[in-house]
Design a protein around this ligand. Sequence first.
Ligand code: NAP
Length: 252
Amino acid sequence: MNEHTEKELQGKVSLVTGASRGLGRAIALRLAAMGSKVAVNYVSNDAEAAKAVGEIEAAGGQAMLAKANVADAGAVKAMTQSVIDRWGRIDILVNNAGITRDALLMRMSDEAWDDVLNTNLRGAYLCTKFAMRSMMAQFWGRVVNISSVGGLVGNVGQANYSAAKGGLIAFTKSLARELGSRNITANVIAPGFITTEMTARLPKERQDEILARIPLKRFGRPQDVAELAGFLATERASYITAQVICVDGGVM
Ligand code: NAP
């Protein structure tokens, strides 16, 4: 970590959804390393979430578990309240929780459509709705939404996922317009192919095909995304809002 960013988020409280694993975990660790207290949301994997909290604490940071299904309004309301009860505020929200249920549209079940839209889009809507009250009251806030390159260009077998991720971009632009006067920024990070459990499920041939289209000749690391999320949460990013920034190695 460079000197400039160390403890830059001291005194801030962050909520990162889907932070037990993958990108969310890397983002939670990054925000904590920058001095923020971090609520680690997840839905089922207690052991991995506890590990993420443990890692933050072992590095001298403060973290709490925040278990909730982001698609469930009652659970999200209780989760945001538990963060506010513990730390008094929410300054930074990273909507990262996401799932895939891939199938060609011809074969896609209604359940696969609904599950993906509910977690990836409704989840962001609910978390933002409950977290933004604190940001509005204090005239300061950061919302960082994790979309995907698929949300910009679509993807075969991912009509549900791409629709949710594209919707997340439009949602973020609307938010930026609604909340700008309260000094709250809202931006989107659109990762390309980042090595996590989600992408490990893709067949090797598909992975090779994608790699051939990446000018930087490697897949992304969760830290590549976490670095940008950390920056967008700072004061240095205070004039950046309603933007979509790709972290994709230049994939074509
Ligand atoms: P991942 O490794 O599969 O982790 C998913 C995380 O989301 C886990 O922490 C999981 O919690 C949580 N989660 C799933 N459903 C949830 C729900 N209903 N409520 C709360 N938490 C829930 O995924 P990832 O690859 O890190 O992806 C993270 C985000 O980046 C996703 O939005 C994904 O679409 C996006 N993205 C990823 C890539 C990539 O290449 N990896 C590319 C573009 C965009 P549990 O551990 O409890 O299951």
